[in-house]
Write a protein that binds this ligand. Structure first.
Ligand SMILES: *Cc1c(COP(=O)(O)O)cnc(C)c1O
Length: 360
């Protein structure tokens, strides 16, 4: 099976499994797992922040970040298709009791004007007591639902400056920030500089089995550790998995550009297939989203799966494929062949059945 559903489908390599088996461990809830501490120090250093806390998932680092930054009843601004908004099961409402204020990003990227429009213009006649106070602005880079789109550094700085002007704290969902750096050469620390806090994922294309880190000022991270425990994230001999993450930082992070090459090769091949609509130039990192002109996404995904290729439907007429280090160029070429066959084998449908979804 060629599995392009997600870069979370990467498997630990034999070398990674060896360092995990040999990892020195302790009880992380008591704060004495040396491998977790080494990972937290390494990630804080890369991101240029004071401290970091390792948690079981990226969803948890985002949710803990929102909880630590806000009080119930506060408003939080993020893109309308942000992971923290649409792919974390309503967590910000359930765990933090905050009011989402979605911004009309294009492939996840919004502008200072979008932020200003949500905040509004104060006037002495307008009671401040009727609107939820905006406390937090979240960005996502690279943007998952935006098809791996990369925020330009100037756009990041403009958006965070606008947030600060309105008194907002700023959080970056950098699950795939490593990919923005691999694609542009702008360091993770430069992308992170204008944010108070950042979360980064170790289990996406980096290839570690699990976990994410939340980084920021030492006092923030120490309050976040309390919510990590409250949310059930205290994991004991977590050094076993932290060792895999440290290995991935050293050995896989420098190779992420290879996954962008695979995504580009895939997109160029797709553009040659009748029934597919894609601009290969729109592929900026390791995620490819493409549209279908005359077959339904669900049916095509099923036909491809029967032929050995696994992808994710992404709306009625769109499909997502994600590339990671386990995938080879040969897999890409095989995938393209399977997709062409699967389109031929799928029934043609009318425009109403491939009606455009949310714009991604
Ligand atoms: C995958 C992802 C997360 C969540 O990470 P999990 O470890 O799967 O919980 C958060 N943000 C973005 C942008 C992601 O792609």
């Amino acid at each position: 099976m060629i599995d392009l559903r997600s870069d979370t489908c990467s498997r630990p390599t034999p070398e990674m499994r060896r360092v995990m088996a040999d990892a020195e461990v302790g009880d992380d809830v008591y704060g004495d797992d040396p491998t977790v501490k080494a990972l937290e120090a390494a990630v804080a250093d890369i991101l240029g922040k004071e401290d970091a806390v390792y948690m079981p998932s990226g969803t948890m680092t985002n949710q803990v970040a929102v909880r630590t930054h806000t009080q119930p009843g506060d408003a939080v601004l993020f893109d309308q298709a942000a992971h923290v908004y649409v792919l974390e099961n309503g967590g910000v409402a359930a765990f933090s009791g905050v009011l989402p204020r979605p911004l009309p990003g294009v492939r996840g990227i919004f502008t200072p004007a979008d932020i200003d429009a949500v905040i509004g213009v104060p006037h002495r006649f307008f009671p401040t007591t009727v609107t939820a106070p905006a406390r937090l602005l979240c960005l996502e880079n690279t943007h998952n639902n935006g098809g791996g789109a990369i925020w330009p550094l100037e756009a990041v700085e403009a958006a965070t400056a606008a947030g600060r002007r309105h008194g907002l704290a700023t959080h970056l969902d950098g699950a795939r920030l490593w990919h923005a750096t691999a694609a542009t050469g702008v360091s993770e620390a430069d992308y992170a500089r204008s944010f108070d806090t950042v979360s980064v994922c170790m289990s996406k294309a980096l290839g570690a089995p699990m976990g994410s880190c939340l980084v920021g000022p030492a006092d923030f991270v120490s309050r976040a550790r309390r919510f990590k425990q409250m949310f059930g994230g205290g994991f004991r001999q977590a050094g076993l998995v932290a060792a895999g993450a440290l290995h991935a930082l050293e050995h896989h992070r420098p190779r992420l550009g290879e996954t962008h090459g695979l995504a580009a090769r895939f997109a160029q091949g797709l553009a040659q297939i009748d029934g597919i609509e894609i601009d290969p130039a729109s592929v900026q990192s390791n995620i490819v989203r493409y549209r279908l002109t005359h077959v339904a996404a669900g049916g095509l995904v099923d036909q491809a799966h029967q032929r050995g290729l696994w992808m994710l439907p992404s709306g009625a007429d769109a499909i997502r494929a994600v590339f990671y280090l386990d995938i080879t160029e040969r897999d890409v070429d095989d995938a393209l062949r399977i997709i062409a066959q699967a389109i031929d084998a799928s029934p043609r449908v009318g425009a109403e059945q491939t009606a455009r979804g949310a714009g991604y």
